[in-house]
Design a protein around this ligand. Sequence first.
Ligand code: SF4
Length: 232
Amino acid sequence: MQGCWAMENKCQPQSREPARVKQILAGLAGAYPDVSTDLKFSTPFELLVAVILSAQSTDAQVNKITERLFKKYRTPEDFARLTPEELAEHIKGCGLFRNKSKFIVDTSRILAEDYHGKVPEVREQLEKLPGVGRKTANVVLGVAFGQQTFPVDTHVQRVARRLGLASGKTPEQIEKELCVLIPPELWQPLHHQMIQHGRKVCDARRPRCEQCCIRDYCPEAGKKGADSCISY
Ligand code: SF4
């Protein structure tokens, strides 16, 4: 894609500069202390359901739905007794609700039958569940089970690329680059901080560079059309 700074390798030397990376990490940690997921949940299973629901939906939309949903249905066994059509009626407020409803019912049945109603803590097992991809598995493993994972969503992709921390085209490539660059104990907090920064400051269409706490370390700071090559 033409015009993409990452593709032109303009920022590659700085992107690997340890001092600059350190300043970015310190800036984000200072701006977003103690961040965690905005999704509301009280068990690993509820988190799993919420993350499946969150694809192409906002956390606020998901929380509104799950606030009512989890009062009626709490466990994989509860959800496994529903048909996808029945569950769809409860989650109509979020995008792709028919697909998500089938994923959640199918996943619940597998958990109830094969895992004694527990969410597995093993990536390979999680990723075999319907509706669970690498990002969802990373969120559940990191947030519910405290494992060191780096979930990459659209905010993390955009912020990492603009900051020159990664140049990959896919979430998997970006995750790999970030995991090489960043110490494992920072993966979870940094992922939450990058999401907050992407939502509040480094907007996809109009990054608010003048308000950005790490603008001095960003190769894209103040550039018009900073996202011209990033279509999220
Ligand atoms: S300076 Fe601008 S483009 Fe860079 S991280 Fe901050 S808001 Fe995003």
